[in-house]
Design a binder for this molecule. Structure first.
Ligand code: FMN
Length: 520
C-alpha cells in the first residue's frame, strides 16, 4: 500500500522546508561553484535527431491563448513533427544566453528557480507526420519514447514503438491520455536544483514544472490542439517507462496533446535501458527529505489513481468585510502580440522601477491567469486550490494595501490599507524585487483541506497549480509589456501578514508584477 494517506509526510516536508528569518541565518548555504551541476541531461551514447526550428508563427494573441477554455476535440488533431518541435521550443527550449564570470547561462522559454532547469521533458507518441529530419530513418517522427535534448534542440530515442498503452494503464485509463497521439512527461531532477536550494527543491519541482506547463498549454491552444494535465498516475509505471534512476529523477506530471479517435491496444515489453548519462557534477549531495516526500505522495494502484480525480475541495465563502473593487479589464486596446513573441521576450525582471501600473493592466493579468486550468485534479473546470492575496504598492485606481482576490466574483477585497512596500520586501525573503514591484501576488492554500482530499499527492498538485498560475501571470504581464518575477518567501510571516483572513492556510508561491527598469 502506498503512503499517500499518511499525511504527516507532507506536513513534515512542508514545515521542514519553511523559510524564516531565523532559518536563513541559522542555516547559511554557500554555493560550491566548482561542483555546479551541468544544466542539461545528455545521453552520450544516443544519436540526437535535431528538430526543425523554422517555425510558422501561430499568430494567436498571448492573452487569448492563456485564457481559452479547454479545447473540445473535433475530429483528429494530430500534431506533426514541426508543431511538436514548436511546442517543445516555446515551453522549455533555450531562447537566449548570457555570458558571465562563472560561464554562460542558457535561458529558457519558461522561468525557473535559479535558472537551474531541473525539469526534463520526454515525448511518448504514435507515428507523427512531418518532413524528414536529419538522423531519422523516416519522415516525421516514428512512434517511440524520446528525451527532449534541450542543449541540441533535438530528440533522442529511448524506445522504439508505440508505448502509449503504458500511459493509459498508469493513468487508469485517463480518456485524454488514451486518445492523445502525444503525451509529454515532465520529470524533476533533484540535484540540479538542490545544489542551490537543498531540500526546498521539491517545492520548486511544482513551480518550475508549472511555468513550463503555462507555456505548453498556451502553445497547444494556439496550435489548435487539445491539451490536459494529468497528475494522477502510478509512479513506478511511468518511471520505469523512462528507465529513471528514481533516487535522482522522478516523473512529476503528464500532458496529453492532441486527439485521435483510435486508442492504443498494446505496447512492446519494457526492459530497463541502463543508458549512461553525462554526470551533472563531480559529486551529488543527497537530500533524503525530498525523496521521502516524493515516495509518500506516490500512487501504487489504478484504484488510487481514480480516487485522485476531480472532486476539488470548495473554498469557504466568507462574506466580504472590507471595501471591494471590481476588476476592470479594458474592453478594447488589449495587446494582441502573439504567444510566441511574448514567450520570446519574457525574462524575469531583475529590478522594478517603483512606477505604477493601472488597474486595467492588473485586471487583465488576474482575469486571464485565473480562467481555469485543464487538469485531472481540478473539476469542475475553473476550480482551483490556491487563493490569491495581494500587496498593492502602486496601482493607479486602487488604494495601496493588502487584498484578497475573490476569484468567482472577480473582485479585490481590501483587507488592510497602507503602504506595505517594506513589508513586501521583507516577506519576499528580504529582496528588493517585491518592495519595488507595483503588486505582489501571494499564493496561499488550505493545505489541510487539500491533503485530506487528495492525500500527500495534493501537495504536488498545489505547488504545480501555483506554478501554472504564476507562469500565466508572467505571460499576461509580458503581453502588456510589463515585468514579472517569481519569488521565494518567509512562509509563516506571509500567512501572518494576511491573517486573520488567511489563518490556517499555507504560503505556496509569490509573483511580483510591475514595470521593469530597462537597462541600456
Ligand atoms: C518559482 C520561481 C521562483 C523564483 N524566485 C526568485 C527569487 O527569489 N529571487 C530572484 O531574484 N529571482 C527569482 N526567480 C527568477 C529566476 O531567477 C529566473 O526565472 C531565472 O533566473 C531564469 O531567468 P528568466 O526568468 O529571465 O528566463 C524565480 C523564478 C521562479 C520561476
Amino acid at each position: 500500500m502506498s503512503q499517500n494517506n499518511h499525511l504527516d509526510a507532507a506536513w513534515q516536508y512542508h514545515s521542514g522546508t519553511k523559510h524564516s528569518p531565523l532559518s536563513i541565518r541559522m542555516n547559511p548555504h554557500f554555493l560550491d561553484w566548482d561542483n555546479k551541476p551541468l544544466l542539461f541531461k545528455i545521453y552520450p551514447t544516443l544519436e540526437v535527431m535535431r528538430l526543425p526550428r523554422d517555425f510558422q508563427e501561430t499568430g494567436r494573441a498571448a492573452l487569448d491563448a492563456i485564457a481559452a477554455p479547454p479545447r473540445q476535440a473535433q475530429g483528429e488533431a494530430i500534431p506533426n513533427l514541426e508543431t511538436l518541435a514548436q511546442l517543445l521550443f516555446f515551453s522549455a527550449g533555450v531562447v537566449r544566453s548570457k555570458k558571465h564570470e562563472q560561464g554562460e547561462t542558457f535561458f529558457r522559454a519558461a522561468a525557473c528557480t535559479g535558472a537551474l532547469y531541473e525539469i526534463e521533458l520526454y515525448v511518448v507518441c504514435t507515428d507523427l507526420p512531418g518532413e524528414p529530419i536529419p538522423g531519422a530513418n523516416s519522415p516525421g517522427l516514428a512512434a517511440g519514447v524520446y528525451h527532449f535534448g534541450v542543449a541540441e534542440f533535438g530528440l533522442r530515442q529511448l524506445r522504439a514503438g508505440d508505448f502509449r498503452q503504458v500511459l493509459v494503464e498508469a493513468t487508469a485509463g485517463d480518456p485524454a491520455i488514451a486518445h492523445a497521439p502525444v503525451t509529454i512527461i515532465c520529470t524533476g531532477t533533484y540535484w540540479r536544483n538542490a545544489w542551490k536550494y537543498r531540500s526546498r527543491t521539491y517545492r520548486h519541482f511544482g513551480w518550475d514544472n508549472g511555468t513550463i506547463l503555462a507555456n505548453l498549454l498556451a502553445m497547444s491552444e494556439a496550435s489548435n490542439l487539445p491539451a490536459g494535465i494529468v497528475t494522477g498516475f502510478v509512479d513506478s509505471q511511468i518511471n520505469e517507462l523512462l528507465s529513471l534512476d528514481t533516487k535522482r529523477e522522478v516523473a512529476f506530471s503528464l500532458v496529453s496533446i492532441g486527439y485521435q479517435q483510435s486508442t492504443p491496444s498494446g505496447s512492446p515489453q519494457i526492459v530497463p535501458l541502463d543508458l549512461p548519462i553525462v554526470p551533472y557534477s563531480n559529486e551529488e549531495v543527497d537530500y533524503p527529505a525530498m525523496r521521502k516526500m516524493h515516495e509518500a505522495s506516490s500512487l501504487d494502484s489504478a484504484a488510487e489513481v481514480i480516487a485522485e480525480r476531480g472532486k476539488t475541495p470548495g473554498h469557504d465563502s466568507v462574506p466580504s468585510k472590507g471595501t471591494t473593487v471590481s476588476l476592470q479589464p479594458p474592453i478594447d486596446d488589449i495587446p494582441a502580440d502573439s504567444i510566441e513573441k511574448v514567450i520570446s521576450r519574457r525574462g524575469s525582471t531583475r529590478q522594478f522601477s517603483r512606477q505604477s501600473i493601472t488597474l486595467p493592466q492588473l485586471s487583465v493579468m488576474l482575469d486571464r491567469a485565473t480562467r481555469g486550468i485543464p487538469a485531472d485534479f481540478l473539476d469542475p473546470f475553473g476550480s482551483h486550490l490556491n487563493d490569491l492575496y495581494l500587496i498593492v504598492n502602486k496601482v493607479d485606481g486602487l488604494a495601496a494595501g493588502a487584498y484578497v482576490y475573490r476569484w468567482d466574483e472577480k473582485l479585490l477585497e481590501l483587507l488592510k490599507p497602507g503602504d506595505f512596500r517594506d513589508k513586501a520586501g521583507f516577506l519576499g525573503l528580504d529582496q528588493p524585487i517585491p518592495a519595488d514591484a507595483a503588486v505582489d501576488v501571494f499564493f496561499l492554500a488550505d493545505l489541510k483541506k487539500i491533503l485530506e482530499r487528495y492525500g500527500n499527492r495534493g501537495y504536488r498538485a498545489a505547488q504545480l497549480e501555483a506554478g501554472i498560475l504564476g507562469g500565466k501571470l508572467y505571460l499576461a504581464a509580458y503581453a502588456q509589456r510589463l515585468g514579472a518575477s517569481g519569488l521565494t518567501f518567509y512562509d509563516d510571516e506571509v500567512v501572518n501578514f494576511f491573517s486573520p483572513h488567511a489563518r490556517g492556510k499555507s504560503a505556496i508561491f509569490l509573483v511580483a508584477l510591475g514595470r521593469s527598469v530597462t537597462r541600456k
